[in-house]
Design a protein around this ligand. Structure first.
Ligand code: CTP
Ligand code: MG
Length: 230
């Protein structure tokens, strides 16, 4: 049997920077919630077998309703997240029993991920154990310390990381357990953890500018425009 392909959708954040009174993944963009749009992208992809959604415990019911109302058939589990993205990701990946499965971990806050990106991530995992999605940086990136410039990077070599990030299940499970042992819990993405422990070469799939992470109120305006021009 060919290897199962899972999507893990991380929807357990609080959306503090959005500051809208409820988690940003429940904001509606052109009639559909952000989390509903993210799940839909994976539901529609024929390469995806199963979807695990990670949710803040008190919102599991709400996600269940979205899944039922939208008729998503691939969502097999809705599991509680943790206090950090790292914990939420570990909870989601921890539900996968098969070590050789392919897993795409995706931010619920990126509802405009394309079918092309999902396809490329799945295909990459035939020849490597980890894959990141990234786009070329358009701004120059500096390091700052105590309000002062501490280092400058060469823009042409810089990329901004998006999701999905894909892994063989064993690779990401090993990464998560090493991070747990080390007490390294601040990771803002999963490839960063695999990279930290040198567990795999991480290939890069080209992201897209429209695959934005909805973070601040201004992003809602942009999201509305993207949704109307799909
Ligand atoms: N996430 C999660 N569990 C957490 C924190 C984040 O599942 N404890 C998810 C978010 O729901 C989001 C993705 O990880 O889909 C990326 O996180 P981010 O954009 O930072 O979302 P929030 O943490 O919700 O926003 P903020 O940092 O502004 O509070
Ligand atoms: Mg956050």
């Amino acid at each position: 049997m060919s290897r199962l392909v899972y999507a893990v959708i991380l929807a357990s954040g609080k959306g503090e920077r959005m500051n809208c009174g409820f988690p940003k993944q429940f904001i509606e963009i052109a009639g559909k919630t952000i989390v509903g749009r993210s799940i839909e992208a994976f539901e529609q992809n024929s390469g995806i077998d199963r979807i695990i959604v990670v949710s803040e415990p008190s919102h599991i019911q709400k996600i269940t309703e979205i899944v039922e109302n939208c008729g998503f058939k691939k969502v097999t589990k809705i599991v509680p997240g943790g206090a950090t993205r790292f914990e939420s990701s570990s909870h989601g990946v921890g539900e996968i029993a098969e070590d050789d499965a392919k897993v795409l971990i995706h931010d619920a806050a990126r509802p405009f991920v394309s079918q092309r990106i999902i396809n490329d991530c799945i295909a990459s995992l035939d020849s490597c154990d980890a894959v990141n999605t990234a786009i070329k940086a358009t701004d120059t990136i500096i390091e700052a310390e105590d309000g002062k410039m501490a280092a400058i990077t060469e823009r042409s070599r810089m990329m901004q990381v998006q999701t999905p990030q894909g892994f063989r299940a064993k690779t990401i499970k090993t990464a998560h357990s090493l991070a747990e042992k080390e007490g390294f819990k601040g990771a803002t993405d999963d490839c960063g953890i695999v990279f930290r422990y040198g567990l795999a070469d991480i290939s890069i799939v080209e992201g897209e500018r429209r695959n934005i992470k909805i973070t601040y109120p201004e992003d809602i305006v942009v999201a509305g425009i993207i949704a109307e021009n799909k």
